[in-house]
Ligand binder design. Structure first.
Ligand code: FAD
Length: 410
């Protein structure tokens, strides 16, 4: 049951899934304080109906399921804190400098088509609480094509994520059904891996973990048409995730990545003399204070956890540095593919979570990132994506217990 988070070069601590689960239980109750009760973290401004899909011209396969609909906010429903943020965006007329941010897009791992410039009429505001990520019925050829394109055209081919011995037996590009490129490496195997192989493998694991996490949410909150109730669906989860140990591992891997990104964010906040980033608006001092307190508590707890992975060693030699731009472009393209998702609610959460992972990569792989390089939406996405993966870790344990109990009773 050894849990090697990535493989030897960046794993500081070997944790097993049980230990990660325990780490997670310490933050489980705090996350909803932010993601459900704070106006800032429970809302999102997003370009949801953009037609800029790189996969096909005519994105006409929109899902008509009721479960796919997203309730957007009208003008009067937009929380004050988000209105203030829009007014303070760099290109707005406001001359206030207290809450300004000016992200350096060269460091972005995510495609930002919805810059919060106060002028983008395609942007809508949504409550993430009122539009929960869960089963929507979106499936079939359309969703499969999206995952296929992500794995076959945007992940790294299996031949590039394997060491020489493995690669010599491997031909062709990544087969979606081949789990090898996502498999966890032992310490000894990892030491043998050629340059940049580790980074490419990490990329593939991140995407597989993202997919496995979505599948877990869909199965945890599944609409049972017979009972007309929202229930968890163990059989469905076993078929999508549970029978593939590497997919489960990748959920834990993603937890470690997002966890480490929050630690880095907490350091940046404490290093920042005025903490202006979370001081949204003087008029909103009480609200601001509650959000800040909950955020400090969450990041304070994660900062005390064992230092699990070190990203400093990634992209540290010449051959791996050369693929860094490719790594970034591939991730950006996947975030753009989210525009192709044919179900509004799935697209909303696909975009939130790719933005969350993109922010984590920016924080962990770009050491010069400053607080002022982050958009408010990136921080909201990071915290919500951590909330989602935390939920997945929890679900993995409840599904595993259910499965064991069923097997004993059978
Ligand atoms: P899929 O999940 O579509 O998987 C396709 C193929 O990918 C599988 O056959 C398998 O070979 C491979 N695969 C599966 N999981 C992994 C993994 N973890 N690692 C590597 N390979 C893997 N549906 C909802 O009900 N609610 C949502 O909120 C939702 N959000 C979505 C967001 C996005 C971005 C996308 C693309 C789809 C979303 N969907 C959502 C649809 C959902 O992900 C599935 O596509 C759908 O449930 C059909 O599942 P499936 O069993 O056919 O396999």
């Amino acid at each position: 049951n050894a849990f090697l988070l990535l493989s030897a070069p960046i794993a500081d601590t070997e944790l097993n899934q049980q230990q990660v689960y325990q780490m997670n239980t310490r933050v489980r109750t705090l996350i909803p304080v932010l993601t459900e009760r704070s106006d800032y973290f429970s809302h999102y401004k997003i370009n949801l109906y953009d037609e800029d899909c790189p996969l096909w011209d005519n994105n006409n396969a929109m899902c008509s399921n009721r479960g796919c609909a997203v309730d957007t906010l009208n003008e009067t429903e937009i929380p004050e804190v988000w209105r203030t943020l829009s007014a303070l965006a760099p290109s707005s007329q406001s001359n206030s400098t207290a809450c300004m941010w000016k992200p350096d897009s060269r460091m972005d791992y995510c495609y930002w088509d919805d810059e919060d410039d106060g002028t983008n009429s395609h942007c809508v505001y949504v409550s993430l609480v009122k539009n929960p990520e869960r089963f929507t019925g979106y499936a079939g050829e359309h969703s499969n094509l999206i995952w296929k394109s992500i794995y076959e055209q945007n992940c790294f081919p299996a031949s590039e994520t394997k060491d020489d011995a493995e690669a010599s037996t491997e031909i062709g590009t990544l087969d979606v059904n081949s789990m090898d490129p996502f498999a966890v490496k032992s310490v000894e195997e990892a030491a043998e891996m050629p340059g940049a192989c580790l980074e490419k493998r990490m990329f593939n694991r991140l995407i597989s973990g993202f997919h496995a996490s979505i599948s877990t949410h869909v199965c945890q909150e599944y609409f049972n048409a017979e009972t007309q109730r929202w229930e968890s669906n163990l059989d469905f989860w076993m078929a999508k995730v549970g029978y593939f140990p590497e997919r489960v591992e990748n959920i834990f891997f993603n937890y470690a990545v997002l966890h480490q990104a929050l630690v880095r964010l907490s350091h940046l906040i404490h290093e920042s003399p005025n903490n202006t980033f979370l001081s949204f608006c003087p008029a909103n001092a009480a609200l601001d204070e509650n959000t800040r307190l909950a955020f400090d508590q969450l990041t304070g707890i994660v900062a005390q956890d064992p230092h699990v992975v070190s990203f400093e060693q990634l992209f540290s030699d010449d051959s791996s540095r050369r693929v860094k731009e490719e790594f970034r472009n591939r991730f950006r393209n996947i975030s753009r593919i989210m525009n192709c998702v044919g179900c509004d609610k799935c697209r909303l959460w696909g975009k939130v979570q790719t933005a969350g992972y993109g922010t984590a990569l920016k924080l962990l792989l770009e050491p010069e990132t400053k607080l002022s390089d982050l958009r408010p939406a990136e921080v909201v996405a990071l915290v919500n994506t951590f909330g989602r993966i935390s939920r997945s870790v929890d679900s993995v344990f409840s599904f595993t217990i259910q499965k064991k109990t069923n097997d004993i009773l059978a």
